[in-house]
Ligand binder design. Structure first.
Ligand SMILES: NC(=O)c1ccc[n+]([C@@H]2O[C@H](COP(=O)([O-])OP(=O)(O)OC[C@H]3O[C@@H](n4cnc5c(N)ncnc54)[C@H](OP(=O)(O)O)[C@@H]3O)[C@@H](O)[C@H]2O)c1
Length: 261
């Protein structure tokens, strides 16, 4: 691939970003669109946020549409994928980002339903999306799956088992998929952020340290907690021609490790 190509790096690509309406997913959707991809912005229930993100992309000269489907609802997922294909054509870039936090309880106090809720959103839902999309991904000249995990797996702490277990299972699935789909030209990589300044990040910080992300900036690497755009840039790189020989990788976006205490 030549660096003198005047087209944007993702021109001709069609991306689906799950949980693309807010936070990390919205930044990914904006960045992929800025890089030339047509973007399907998936969300669960906040239609205003999804339309805001689509509007920002359009105002910046990009192309995007919003699609409501909880990833843990297989019927809704399949209907969404039909609509995306009819509206935007086959998807060749899946960013599996939709996620939710667990309730912060210890294993001693956690019922099966909480594990199942997290596994459905972080693992089984993404696998439903993926299974249905694989024929489109395999048929594309270049196809990528990027899953958004977490550095929580690098430093487990009390109260996070349902979330950590779900992310661990997601990573195991992604690594296996990378091996299985290499022969079909599908790259599969994992991006693992540390704390990111989003609604989820703010809730986590409030629950665990009773403060706000703004007050944590000074102790974090490079003087700030990661912003959604920090994650989006890495996703855009993984989807670009510069990363076409990368698969089965896990990239941490955490400034090199935990903050100073
Ligand atoms: N923030 C952090 O500190 C951090 C750190 C490491 C990893 N992560 C991971 O990064 C990803 C994005 O997190 P975030 O901080 O951006 O979260 P967020 O601010 O809470 O945004 C979550 C996004 O996911 C969507 N979503 C939630 N459940 C969904 C479902 N069942 N089906 C479809 N969409 C769903 C939401 O849509 P609605 O608004 O419509 O519900 C929203 O667009 C998650 O996988 C998270 O685990 C976050």
């Amino acid at each position: 691939m030549t660096h003198t190509d005047p087209r944007p790096p993702l021109a001709g690509r069609t991306a689906l970003v799950t949980g693309g309406s807010r936070g990390v997913g919205a930044a990914i959707a904006r960045r992929l669109a800025a890089d030339g991809a047509v973007v399907a912005v998936n969300y669960r229930r906040d239609a205003d946020a999804a339309e805001r993100t689509v509007g920002e992309i359009g105002a910046a000269g990009g192309t995007a549409r919003a699609y409501r489907a909880p990833v843990d609802d297989p019927d809704a997922v399949l209907a969404m994928l039909d609509a995306v294909r009819a509206d935007l054509g086959p998807v060749d870039l899946l960013v599996s980002n939709a996620g939710t936090a667990s309730r912060g309880q210890r294993i001693a106090d956690t019922e099966d339903a909480e594990y199942l809720r997290l596994l459905r959103v972080h693992v089984l839902g993404p696998l439903t999306v993926l299974r249905a999309l694989l024929p489109q991904l395999r048929a594309a000249p270049r196809a990528d799956v990027v899953v958004i995990s977490s550095t929580i797996l690098d430093g487990l702490s009390a109260g996070g088992a349902p979330y950590s277990m779900a992310k661990a299972a997601l990573e195991a699935a992604a690594r296996t998929l990378a091996i299985e789909e290499r022969e079909h030209g599908v790259r599969v990589n994992i991006v693992a952020p540390g704390l990111v300044a989003t609604d989820m990040g703010e809730r986590l910080v409030a629950a665990t340290s009773g403060t706000t992300i703004g007050r944590l900036d000074e102790v974090y690497p490079f003087g700030r907690v990661a912003r959604p755009e920090d994650v989006a840039g890495v996703v855009a790189f993984l989807a670009s021609s510069d990363a076409s020989y990368l698969t089965a990788q896990r990239i941490r976006v955490d400034g090199g490790g935990p903050p100073r205490r």
